[in-house]
Structure formats: structure tokens, C-alpha cells
Design a protein around this ligand. Sequence first.
Ligand code: SF4
Length: 437
Amino acid sequence: MSAVDFFGRTVDRNFRRRPRFTRGFIRLGYAAQQRLLGRRRGDRRLPSQIFLEQASMRAMRRALSDPSRCALVNMFAPAELLHAMGLHPLCAEGFSSYLSGGKCERGYLDLASEHGVPETYCSYHRALLGAVYAGLLPKPRFIITSSSVCDANTSTFRAAASHYGMEKFYIDVPHEETESSVAYVRSQLEQFVSFLEEGMGRRMDADALRLAVRRSNETVGYQRKFIGELAHREFPNYISAEMHRILAGHNLLGTYDALEFFRMQYEDILGFPVIGGNHDGGGADSSNHLSRAKRILWCHVLPYYAEPLKAIFNFSDRHRLLISDLNFDQLMELDESDVLGSMASRLIRNHFNGSALRRAESVTGMAKRLGTDAAIIFCQWGCKHSNGGAFLLRDALVSAGVKVLVLDGDAVDRRGTNDGQLATRIQAFLEMLDGGR
Ligand code: SF4
């Protein structure tokens, strides 16, 4: 039995009867994992990728080990404000991915269903609620959510707040950016800062906020520069790194770890060859299709436990996983002279917010820029957003000459994905793609 199997089974056997033991066991497991992340036999990970895995695990452990500084949030919460208050954000996507990575998601998903959470509900949120009901997640200091993107955010955080008997903060984000919609969100962010200050019993430190904003802006600068290089360079990638990168570019914005990771990643990519041997600032050289890897853009979250996906994409020099569109949904620097106003704009402009056409346009633009051969649109089970807009996105990409596979699956619940079918569908798609060389 592998260490991960043992971990998952021990959690499964104990989480109902012994929640405190389970909590300690999971924290211990994560601590051991963090030590192991630095070394791995036959490692092909780049220095930035090793750093990223350690930083993600560090963030997870911090949030779990100190509930008095933990903020249960959705992915789009204004992270810089939280970090300026010394808080550790914990989001459904990150938390449930870790459960799934340790093969211990099943019990929590089932427990949530026993509490009336429908099985058609997004499994990121179902697993999180199961952990709340099981006592794995102690009462956090704050619960913060918004209307951005995900309808599950509203119900999940309401249910969690009611379970703990505490208030939550909700940010209503309009779909279109206008002067009045920015002012509307800005005023909510002012109230949000007061909410945090009241809850922490102290004012937000202006220097800490300035530092978080500067780090965030530098981080976004490196993200942009990395994408600029990705347009004409090879860069080895793997499924779980892409998922970790999503967390670093959202909940960790404003931290040293996020800045350091994106800086290191930019340095790493400069060490890889330019496709076609020249660097003219355009996308990957299409005349060089015979020798270069097929370039795949991923849309939405990734089921990073799925073995067939790992076997096909991890460090593949044939089918290059470029980036998920969750890694360029909000590339926007903040205005130091109006931090809250620019945060409000960033929330509204996020390409997942508002009409599905906005996302389709942004993804298609990036696909062209990166010289993308194909895109995989992952429709997460229970996610109305990804399912509802998938065909619009597919049509936009196809019109831009990108081949598209729309894939249904569950990024958390292993029972929702049939490995055999998944492998067959992806392989058939890639064979078709390779045949078009
Ligand atoms: S997959 Fe969809 S429903 Fe689930 S957390 Fe993400 S946006 Fe929300």
C-alpha cells in the first residue's frame, strides 16, 4: 500500500468518530509531505516548481494550523487585504484539491450529502462542507465570499457561517465595469476593511497594505513577462503545478511566496529554447510544427489526481500543457493611489465574471498569442459556470483555428471520473491532433 493510500484510508476510518485525531493526522501528513517536496527521485521539476509546491503546502498548513487567523474565502477574495491583516486565506478549490490529492475526499463528500448537500453540487464545495460538518475545519476567524463567478459560493459560505454561528462578509460584484459599478464595489471593500478591523480588534497597517500591493503588482508583472516568453518558448509543465499556480495567482497575491515563485518561474523559462530558434515577439513559430510539441491550453480547473492526465501531460515534450485560463483571468496591477478602487475593477473585469463571451474573447486572444494548437475545456461536475459557457467558448476557439476537446469530469471526486474513458477520449483527441501535423 502506498503512503498516500495509507493516508487516505486512515482518514476515512477515523474522520467521523475522531475528528480531532483526524485533524492532527492530516496536519502531520501535510508536514511530512512538505519535507518530502524538496527532494524526489528522478525529479524533473524546475526550481520554481519545487518552490511552488512547498509554498502551496505552507499556505495550506498555515490556514489549517491557526484558525484564529484563517479566513475561509472564495478564490477571488481580495487577497492583499487579507495578507495585510496577517490572515491566511483558505479557499474551497485549494482545500478540496489537497483532500483529493491525499485520497481522503470521499468520506467528506458523502458526509456533506448526508447533511442534505445535493450530489449535483460542485465537489470542491461539497468536500469543503463535509469537512466543516465533520469538524475537520475548526471555526475560522472570518468567512468571506462574493457573487463572482460561482453560484456555489453563496450557498456554501452561508451554510458554513450558519454551522459555526458567525457572520460572513459578502461582496456583490456587478457584471459590467462602469463608474458607478466600480464605486459600488469600492464602497463594499471599504466596509470589508472595517469588518476585518473590527474582527481583529485593530486597524489595518498602512505599511503592510502597501507592501502587499507592491508585491502583488510585481507578481503580476512577472506573470505577464512569463506569458510573453511562453508565447515562443518550450516550458515543461505538469498537472498539479498548474493547479498550484492557480492558487498562487489568487489567494497568495500580495505575499513573498507568490512573488518569489513567479520571479523564479520567469527565470526558469528564460533557460528554455526559443521555438524555431528566433525570438520575434510573436507566438510559437507555426513553420516549426513538425519538431515542436503540440501546445495545449487548458480551460478551467484540473482533476489533478487523474492518472491518465498525468501520464499524458506531465513533463511531456510531445503534448505541452501551456496554461489554464484560471492563470490569466485577472492579470491586473493595482493602483497604489486607489487600492480599493482598482481592486473593485479587478473583481469586475475578471474574465470569469459576467458574460461568458468575455471569457471566450480573453481565452481566444491568449490561445492566438501562445500559438496554441488545441484547447481542452474541462466541465467540472456541478459547475454551472463551466458547463453553461463551454460551447460558446468552444465555438470561439474553433473559429480561431484551435482544435477543442470538451471534457466532463470531477476535479475532486474520483468516483466521478472514469479513468479508462478519460484516457480514451484524450488519446483519440491527441491522435487526431498529431495526425494534423
Ligand atoms: S468549479 Fe465552478 S462551481 Fe466549483 S468552485 Fe469552481 S467556479 Fe465554483
